[in-house]
Design a protein around this ligand. Structure first.
Ligand code: 5AD
Ligand code: SF4
Length: 441
């Protein structure tokens, strides 16, 4: 009988890409993906440890699988991703019914581990970082997905060591993939039917900095944008300190570079930015935003903000509110600071109570939601080019796609539009998506 696996993915796009790879590798050893754990032979969680909440979720989710394992001891349960990297064998001790733990640098070993587990050799853990050359050879390759929008990993890891962040500890140092290989992959994806590509990395702006003779990220963006048939290009995530003028100029010059950028600010106070080791000031950040808007007046920006970093005062927090108001983000991901063991910020004194932090969080959310609403509502009645991605979940002949600003739009259409650009007039604005009707000229 066909072997079946169930996979759940948490966290950032890096994990999403790793999961794509897991799906294709497991396919090669005879596993079919199913969407419920109950009838699977193999259950995998690809985990995130960026905040405490995400980490606790992993243990909660594993608990859900225990009754299934009790009923069917042959079931193989595995955990990968950042929690796996961080906890390693400890997870096997804490979760007696767990079979496999595979870290962020060892995703490629999963098939071998699964085969060992099938043979009765369980309770295996592989974690630890690999040397740069081995990593380069293991960069995620394109999988067999045939979606209109695809991710291409251009670099991995992070050398920034923001004081709150666990990522450099669980993903390792920065490493960039050869530009020629990236361009070849994008060409292959377009030949497979992709029309939009997002270049992916923890900090794409420092692409190639460590590799002798490699081109800059702005040059890479230009090369990829020139791939024939590629209708749209995005990239994420950008660190504000490394966003070059050359890259900003790309927004003005390249027709297929989308008018959207995720630019995590984290905080609006210089004192806290210094404590966070972000390496830019509030003024630097605002100047970068100013340049972006000058190069691309309709650019939509999004950001990440941490509320309640150790030592954050009411004045610091007000600086964040003022910055959010000034920039006018289309979207913001706001987080309560979460202490991560092993990071420098975990050692800082933190006198602000949880209640005050929660209130700040809610004040920020309220401001951001009203700014977001204003921005998206300004689209009402206007026409946008939408790259059609598929049939909408709502059914009823509704299709969905996104605007250059990355806004989801649902509209009445037909499946033959998938992969094409259509003009849609926005008729209603919801919190996370717009409704529109097709404009035929
Ligand atoms: N606490 C809260 N938020 C965090 N982030 C990263 N580390 C922490 C932490 N310890 C947020 C940052 C980052 C996003 C991916 O997660 O805002 O940009
Ligand atoms: Fe973490 Fe900072 Fe690196 Fe982003 S840039 S992954 S926040 S250390």
């Amino acid at each position: 009988m066909q072997k079946r696996f169930y996979l759940e993915t948490f966290g950032c796009q890096m994990n999403v890409v790793d999961s794509e790879r897991i799906v294709s590798m497991l396919g090669e050893i005879g596993y079919l993906q199913v969407d419920a754990a109950d009838d699977a032979d193999l259950v995998l969680l690809n985990t995130c440890s960026v905040r405490d909440k995400a980490e606790r979720k992993v243990y909660g989710h594993l608990g859900r699988f225990k009754p299934i394992k009790d009923a069917r001891p042959a079931l193989i349960i595995g955990v990968g991703g950042c929690v796996a990297e961080q906890e390693g064998e400890k997870m096997l001790k804490e979760v007696p019914y767990l079979d496999l733990v595979f870290g962020t640098h060892n995703v490629h070993r999963l098939p071998e581990l699964v085969q060992q587990a099938e043979a009765g050799n369980r309770r295996l853990s592989v974690t630890g970082f690999l040397d740069q050359e081995t990593r380069l050879n293991l960069f995620p390759q394109r999988s067999e997905l045939d979606t209109v929008t695809r991710f291409v990993t251009v670099m991995q890891g992070c050398d920034n060591f923001c004081t709150y962040c666990i990522v450099p500890h669980v993903r390792g140092r920065e490493i960039s993939r050869a530009s020629a290989e990236i361009v070849r992959e994008v060409e292959a994806l377009v030949a497979q039917g992709a029309r939009e590509v997002t270049l992916l990395g923890q900090n794409v702006n420092s692409y190639g900095n460590k590799e002798d003779g490699e081109i800059s990220f702005a040059q890479l963006v230009r090369r990829v944008a020139a791939v024939e048939g590629l209708l749209r290009l995005r990239f994420t995530t950008s660190h504000p300190k490394d966003l070059s003028d050359e890259l900003i100029a790309c927004f003005a010059e390249l027709d297929n570079l989308c008018h959207q950028l995720h630019l995590p600010v984290q905080c609006g106070s210089n004192a806290i930015l210094t404590q966070m080791n972000r390496d830019y000031s509030r003024e630097d950040y605002l100047q970068t935003v100013h340049k972006l808007k000058a190069a691309c007046p309709d650019i939509r920006l999004s950001t990440d903000i941490i509320v309640g970093f150790p030592g954050e005062t009411e004045e610091d927090f007000q600086q964040t509110l003022a910055l959010v108001d000034e920039v006018g983000y289309a979207d913001a991901f706001t987080f309560l600071y979460s202490k991560r063991t092993g990071t420098p910020a975990a050692e800082l004194e933190d006198k602000t109570g949880a209640r005050i932090k929660q209130q700040r969080f809610e004040r920020l959310l309220e401001l951001q939601q009203s700014r977001s609403r204003e921005i998206w509502e300004s689209d009402l009645g206007h026409e946008f080019e939408v790259l059609v991605e598929g049939e909408s979940k709502q059914g009823d002949g509704q299709m969905f796609g996104r605007t250059t600003a990355n806004r989801i739009v649902n509209f009445a259409g037909t499946p033959d539009m998938i992969g094409t650009l259509v003009d849609v007039k926005i008729t209603r604005v919801f919190r996370n998506s717009n409704l529109g009707e097709r404009v035929v000229s």
